[in-house]
Design a protein around this ligand. Sequence first.
Ligand code: ATP
Ligand code: MG
Length: 305
Amino acid sequence: MSMTWFDSPTDATARLGAAGYLADAATATTTFLAGALEKPLLLEGPAGVGKTELAKAVSRATGAELVRLQCYEGLDEARALYEWNYKKQLLAIQASGAEAQAGPGSTGDGDHQSRPWEDLDRSIFTEEFLLTRPLLTAIRRDEPTVLLIDEVDKTDIEVEGLLLEVLSDFQVTIPELGTVAATRRPYVVLTSNASRELSEAVKRRCLYLHIDYPDAARERQILQQQVPGLDDRIAEQLVATVGRLRELELKKAPSIAESVDWARTLIALEIRELDEKAIKDTLGAVLKHQSDHERAVKELKLARS
Ligand SMILES: Nc1ncnc2c1ncn2[C@@H]1O[C@H](COP(=O)(O)OP(=O)(O)OP(=O)(O)O)[C@@H](O)[C@H]1O
Ligand SMILES: [Mg+2]
């Protein structure tokens, strides 16, 4: 019944790698375990370190379809689980009203009056009138599925209540229809920037992995994979500089995405030596706040132009 997601941590490393994701040992192990234990995987860490990308890479590596729930402030049940298609229900009610009026033998005796209403109630709370949202979609799919619940810390804490049934029992209860249980458990990934603490109840149901900035060697590998034509020496200089920037107290430390942007910038400008001037001229690709910019110029002692 349940599909094996990855055979071992080594298998996870290899297949994620082939899907373009360079995982360190801890990431590969936890990614394997989440599949083997069929437990949701909670990924926490700073912006741009590859949390969302890991879920996408699991989907690419296993051929399972990705179903994504993007969280935001104000996300509710109707957007996360399901909602009834009121417009269609209303049309059905109007249509059946017209039918009843046109129909023969509507004598209006007490016995018959309540029945059409009940029938109607039964007929408009059915599959046909249900709009499924990502959580329910993922639970009901027969094919292998990766369910990404992205940026879960952006929702109000009440939404975590909605998630619990899905995360612990892999089911969704719809009062009018009953309980829909997963026939095949999705591989669930939750991501968070830790902008607030998640509830203990959610954490308890998940495997936890903190993803941080990669070490220099891995970041070079990521760059070389994503930016064709980047030469070794400049990759090394870039990664070293980004590492120094991350040690400064900045509003927004440069992420992997910014390293990639920076590498592309250097290639576009045909810069072959990341000297002080080159850094200064292209810092906008890496630092997105004026105050960070100023601090970097000062701390890295970049020459004034
Ligand atoms: N291990 C990795 N292997 C390959 N590419 C990576 C890796 N980690 C990060 N990246 C690259 O970094 C980019 C940013 O990663 P991602 O969007 O997953 O960040 P995130 O952690 O979800 O950030 P945020 O919290 O801002 O959503 C990805 O598009 C990918 O190109
Ligand atoms: Mg993300």
